[in-house]
Design a protein around this ligand. Sequence first.
Ligand SMILES: [Zn+2]
Length: 288
Amino acid sequence: MGAEPRVIDAHTHAFSHDLLRDRTLVAERDYWFGELYRNPAAKAVDAETVGLSTREAGFDGAVICGFPWSDEGRCRSENAWLAEATGSDPQLAWLGIVVPGHPDAARDAAWCLERGASGIGELNADGQGVSLLDADAWAPLIEVAKAFARPLLLHASEAPGHQYPGKGTATPDKLVQWLEGAQEIDVVLAHWGGGLPFYELMPEVHRLTRRVHYDSAASTYLYRFDVFPRVIDLVGADRVVFGTDYPLLKQAGFLRRTRAVLRTDDEAEQVFAGTAERLYRFETKGSA
Ligand SMILES: [Zn+2]
């Protein structure tokens, strides 16, 4: 492959300084945060650290995703901090977070999108106590995404395989049912959609996935790296989004291993930057 590709890390996480200070207390109160961050060895960082790491890795930008809080008030305060913390760094974009099914979810999502959020996520049915099959809980949020023409990012996971903190039960069977109600918006399914790309070979599934994209967050812990060319062959490079889940995984090493398995400059252009730029309307130097 030729020139260095532009690179956006479309899946990172960061927390406000208040939250990092109260980490132990929050881990006791928020079940999902506790699952992931009760262990003091689990790395949690602020937005400045994401910006620094992104530049050190030589990337052109990063998307900081919201954490799936179960409390709408905490979603609100972390959203306000994310809007502020990313405002002065043109290399950082952010996603707002709300609790699907909460009476204020649609209003709070609109608040985020009016203040520059590139989308809403990483929504998490297990962490936020809502069923993917409860269409009424999701409909108002999907309406807001449609009105603003912004994507929703959902956590997804594999039905088979090893258990790990934060795995959850957002498996392809449920995601396909959820997608029936989300046909008019762009959707990003994290962690390769829990294996959904394979089921796109079924016509009735493919019919529902026209606007679905898959990110590679945490891939190292889940799949061999040749998951990249395999999924590209199933769905096309224009529906694959490079994301690391930093700080869970280090950015530079993830990039190196991904570059080694991509086959053409066009694949690299789409996966590392093109798909994310279109989806999140993220502008970097050199984007069209
Ligand atoms: Zn996730």
